[in-house]
Design a protein around this ligand. Structure first.
Ligand code: THU
Length: 161
């Protein structure tokens, strides 16, 4: 886990954050008013975004990270290198960053096992004055995964990615 400065990011990481920022405007959040924008970088450098989509039955809501992952899968990508996340409070810009919830970590972990890629998570506040990077193995140590079920994911395709 490390703190990084915006100018030190690569161009593709800046593009990833720009897509996550755009996704903040796609948040459907009439209940929490909390915006989450996510953007995934696929193995072949495609960027795929997602936003949180809430529901009156709160438990039926979906986070931005999983929304982006499901969108990527539907578009034919399962091999991911990075995922950027920006969060925005109801009325103000956020000073701090937010890390993905545990359900999102679990889904990111699944794809990390499928592709053999320790996916990097880039978390930023709205003004990108605070940015943290962490690998999924750091955010979800001792994870429950395919190995616990004796499942070998090798026969599952990575699709276009
Ligand atoms: N949310 C995300 O989109 N990602 C997370 O990792 C944590 C929470 C969303 C879900 C809900 O729409 C709002 O933030 C408040 O929980």
């Amino acid at each position: 886990m490390k703190k990084v400065k915006y100018p030190s990011l690569s161009q593709i990481e800046k593009d990833l954050l720009a897509e996550a920022e755009k996704m903040l405007t796609r948040a459907y959040n009439p209940y929490s008013h909390f915006h989450v924008g996510a953007a995934i970088l696929t193995a072949d450098n495609k960027i795929i975004g997602g936003a949180n989509v809430e529901n009156a039955a709160y438990g039926s809501s979906i986070c931005a990270e999983r929304s982006a992952l499901l969108r990527a899968n539907a578009l034919g990508y399962r091999h991911f290198k990075k995922i950027a996340i920006i969060t925005k409070a109801a009325k103000a810009d956020t000073k701090d960053i937010s890390a993905p919830c545990c359900s999102c970590r679990q889904m990111i972990y699944e794809f990390s096992q499928l592709a053999g890629e320790d996916i990097e998570i880039i978390m930023a506040n709205t003004k990108k004055t605070k940015i943290m990077k962490a690998k999924i193995s750091e955010l979800l140590p001792l994870a429950f995964g395919p190995k616990d079920l004796g499942v070998n994911l090798k026969k599952y395709p990575l699709l276009s990615g």
